[in-house]
Write a protein that binds this ligand. Structure first.
Ligand SMILES: Nc1nc2c(c(=O)[nH]1)N[C@H]1C(S)=C(S)[C@@H](COP(=O)(O)OP(=O)(O)OC[C@H]3O[C@@H](n4cnc5c(=O)[nH]c(N)nc54)[C@H](O)[C@@H]3O)O[C@H]1N2
Ligand SMILES: Nc1nc2c(c(=O)[nH]1)N[C@H]1C(S)=C(S)[C@@H](COP(=O)(O)OP(=O)(O)OC[C@H]3O[C@@H](n4cnc5c(=O)[nH]c(N)nc54)[C@H](O)[C@@H]3O)O[C@H]1N2
Ligand code: SF4
Ligand SMILES: [Mo]
Length: 745
């Protein structure tokens, strides 16, 4: 028997270590698919520090999707109406090069838009940045992380002076209070949740508080569940702050020595009288006080959050308001304490490090900061001024640019926007406007392939070697353990080859991804995410390494410690070293419920499925687990509408509709509905939750409010009698001016 390959699970940002076994080694019927074909197998890697041998159902079954419906060859068509025909890589690459040149001459560099993904490896991200932002001179590279954690990035930058989650998973087993807000950790970060839950169960004094309008599996395990009205997080957090201030439950030494802006913050807190807060949030005063008292009493508070905060038109403000509580109580930079953003995708963190959003550059640098641009230009051997000083388009703005015919080439890779972007009917219309779309994916069909002129087959997980960084800043090497199917190629190789064909032979003379990584790591030198001590070789020899790791000579014992925290000295990455309080009031939902659309619809995930199902929809076990989409509704709302569980309804927003069977459950608060995000047009008819969502974004992070829009519900039997959906004026969508520099005050 050969040794299993050690790698990382390619799904969520927990970043569990996996061991992979080839089909030939296993001869059990359970390891064959329905057709009898032997399957690759995965199991937890006990040596991985983040997951310690644990995996959830997704990691355990991922290998089953490796050979299902793969895109194997470049495919080309003249127009969206024509069928695809197979072409050679040469023809495909020549067509891309010619197109990029034409667009450059006609529309200028900003006529090119590239939309990537937190499912890239860091090497893919890095080569793409060098090509797009460096050689081609446009910052129009954005990623699906814009929909995912850009508010967390903006919150960290504004409060701490730079991005970077300061905590590590060891904090899960060192905290006195885990404050989970806007995260269904049990279903979406299951192994983080397992670690936390075990510790919570064993230690009576440890408290678990969950803030979520739904009684999720996460909430069910909590000591206190605050089922707040959607969008009222800032009021809740300021309400807790108000009580902490009233009780004097502060850390004056930390506030005085390490922060700025406390006075203005307390001025805001004055307005958050507990009675008013409880009423606004739709919770009891007693529960609000219990939450605040737990913060006050706990020596170490660890807050975990994800999309319930980030996916909001005030996402950055929500994140900063949460960080305020940590600053006022000195809960940062210590064991068991800190504001911990859980990243969604397996390498959203690597994307941040490599500069994979339209306003950032590799090594936690910002497009707007002249020094940062010059450092990168110099390092890349490009003339001064080559990197544009203007942040590029965020993905929502790319859609607007398509509508306005300002895009000559759209290049989409490792994401499925024809399911995952908001306001999907309008989005699809915009995608259909693109004069030339390249779609680089591992699977076919997917919904976005319908909008492509050129399909490029991507090697995926296990077919290319690269690195990924998980939520706790641990970098794991993910080696290729099998050959890509057909002619599929690694994303970084495709970007590099296009670069060479455009004449940048010197910039893209990489032969292996280890070389790409070496170059990238050098560019992080002296930056908060310093990884100069990390290389493919060291990762292969030592196993996963947590950053910062600035020294290639770091002895193995130190390099393999995984409990490094940031800001342990109370010195932050702002000019004066002080963290910033934010003095912010709640603004509320961009589209509050109204007479015509009386419900708030929220959207999210289920335990077994991954996003748009390109893999999990092709795995029997998971299909059986979640066979169909549904609408969650509270029993009293169902009663009022005179509908029963299992009955079909039409849900309408001002932008579109879906048709779903009802799941009547106490687990959702009155007035709120929930639809899982996993069913695009390939997997069900009329079930795309993004047909309903609106495109309004947080003005600072550019992240859309995917967690709330106003809808009405009509029993299907009565649909023909109901008035037609009025297409109301959308909340105005203008180009977002995303975060570009740290505020000076
Ligand atoms: N099983 C599974 N796991 C995944 C993924 C997957 O597709 N499937 N995807 C990964 C990715 S990319 C991501 S980003 C993460 C997402 O992980 P999570 O953020 O945990 O998942 P979601 O279900 O999107 O949303 C979390 C919760 O936010 C709540 N919420 C809605 N509105 C509000 C609000 O106004 N305030 C508060 N406090 N809460 C609110 C919802 O009820 C929901 O339970 O999961 C990752 N893990
Ligand atoms: N309503 C609503 N919408 C949402 C959300 C929500 O909570 N509610 N969540 C948002 C969030 S947080 C996220 S992260 C997005 C996710 O949305 P998407 O990014 O659209 O979803 P995925 O299904 O993960 O798409 C990833 C694609 O990459 C392909 N792929 C996998 N590996 C590789 C590779 O190595 N190379 C290449 N080229 N392709 C590869 C897969 O086959 C798949 O087609 O959805 C967002 N949309
Ligand atoms: S918790 Fe996340 S990383 Fe771990 S096995 Fe499950 S999906 Fe994979
Ligand atoms: Mo995400």
């Amino acid at each position: 028997m050969t040794d299993p390959a050690k790698t990382l699970c390619p799904y969520c940002g927990v970043g569990c270590g996996l061991e992979v076994l080839p089909p030939a080694q296993l001869n059990k019927p359970t390891h064959r698919d329905a057709a009898g074909t032997p399957l690759w197998q995965t199991r937890g890697d006990r040596a991985h520090p983040s997951s310690q041998g644990m995996v959830c159902v997704k990691g355990a079954t991922v290998a089953e999707s490796l050979d299902r419906d793969r895109l194997k060859y470049p495919m080309w068509r003249e127009s969206l109406a024509a069928p695809f025909e197979r072409v050679s890589w040469d023809v495909a690459l020549d067509a891309i090069v010619e197109r990029i040149q034409t667009v450059g001459e006609t529309l200028g560099p900003d006529g090119l838009c590239v939309y990537g993904s937190g499912q890239f490896q860091t090497e893919d991200y890095y080569v793409a940045q060098k090509l797009v932002k460096g050689c081609l001179g446009t910052n129009n590279f954005d990623a699906n992380s814009r929909l995912c954690m850009s508010s967390a990035v903006a919150g960290y930058i504004h409060s701490f002076g730079s991005d970077g989650p300061p905590c590590c998973y060891a904090d899960l087993e060192a905290t006195d209070c885990a404050f989970l807000i806007g995260t269904n950790t049990a279903e979406c970060h299951p192994i983080v949740f397992n670690r936390l839950r075990k510790y919570h169960k064993r230690h009576d004094h440890v408290k678990l508080i969950v803030v979520d309008p739904r009684r999720t599996d996460t909430a069910k395990a909590a000591d206190l569940h605050l089922a707040i009205r959607p969008g009222t997080d800032i009021t809740l957090l300021n309400g807790i702050g108000h009580l902490l201030l009233r009780w004097g439950a502060l850390d004056p030494e930390f506030i005085d020595g390490c922060t700025q802006g406390f006075a203005a913050y307390t001025e805001v807190l004055r307005h958050y009288e507990p009675e008013r807060v409880a009423e606004r949030c739709g919770i009891t005063l007693a529960d609000l006080e219990t939450a605040a008292r737990t913060w006050a009493k706990s020596k170490a508070v660890l807050s975990l959050w994800s999309m319930g905060l980030n996916q909001s038109s005030e996402g950055t403000a929500k994140v900063r308001t949460l960080i305020n509580l940590h600053l006022m109580t000195g809960n940062v930079g210590r064991a068991g304490a800190g504001p911990f953003s859980l990243t969604g995708q397996p390498n959203a963190m690597g994307g941040r490090e490599a500069g994979g959003l339209s306003h950032i550059l590799p090594g936690y640098r910002l497009v707007k900061t002249a020094d940062h641009r010059h450092q990168v230009e110099q390092f890349w051997g490009l003339p001064a001024g080559q990197i544009s000083p203007t942040p590029g388009l965020a993905v929502g703005d790319m859609m607007l640019a398509l509508e306005q015919h300002r895009v000559g080439l759209l290049w989409i890779a490792a994401t499925n926007p024809a399911v995952s972007l908001p306001d999907l009917n309008r989005t699809k219309a915009a995608l259909a406007q693109s004069p030339f779309t390249i779609y680089q994916d591992a699977y076919y069909p997917t919904e976005t392939a319908d909008f492509a002129h050129l399909l490029l087959p991507a090697a995926q997980w296990g077919e290319k070697t690269g690195t990924m960084t998980n939520s706790e800043r641990v970098v794991t090497l993910c080696p290729a353990f099998r050959a890509p199917p057909g002619e599929a190629r690694a994303d970084w190789e495709i970007f590099a080859e296009v670069g060479r064909r455009l004449g940048f032979a010197h910039q893209f003379n990489f032969v292996t991804s280890a070389e790409v990584h070496r170059e990238f790591a050098q560019l992080t030198q002296g930056q908060p995410c310093d990884m100069t001590g990390i290389s493919h070789d060291r990762l292969a020899a030592l196993g996963p390494i947590q950053w910062p790791c600035p020294d290639p000579e770091t002895p193995a014992t130190a390099a393999t410690r995984h409990d490094k925290r940031l800001y342990t000295q109370g010195i932050f990455n702002t000019a004066d070293g002080r963290a910033r309080f934010a003095a912010l009031h709640e603004k509320g939902l961009a589209e509050p419920p109204n007479d015509q659309y009386p419900f708030v619809l929220t959207t999210g995930r289920l335990y077994g499925h991954w996003h748009t199902q390109t893999r999990t929809g092709r795995i029997e076990k998971i299909q059986k687990m979640h066979p169909q989409p549904f609408l969650e509704i509270n029993p009293r709302d169902a009663q009022q509408l005179q509908v029963q569980g299992g009955e079909w309804v039409e849900v309408r927003s001002p932008r579109g509709h879906v048709r779903l069977p009802l799941l009547v459950t106490q687990n959702i608060r009155r007035g709120t509905l929930f639809v899982p995000m996993h069913w695009g047009s390939l997997w069900a008819d009329d079930a795309e939750c993004n047909a309903l969502t609106h495109p309004v974004v947080c003005p600072i992070s550019g992240q859309p409010e995917l967690k709330a829009c106003a809808v009405q519900v009509i029993p299907l039997a009565k649909v023909d009698l109901a008035p037609a959906t009025a297409i109301e004026a959308l909340p105005e969508v203008t180009e977002s001016s995303i975060l570009s520099a740290v505020p000076s005050s």
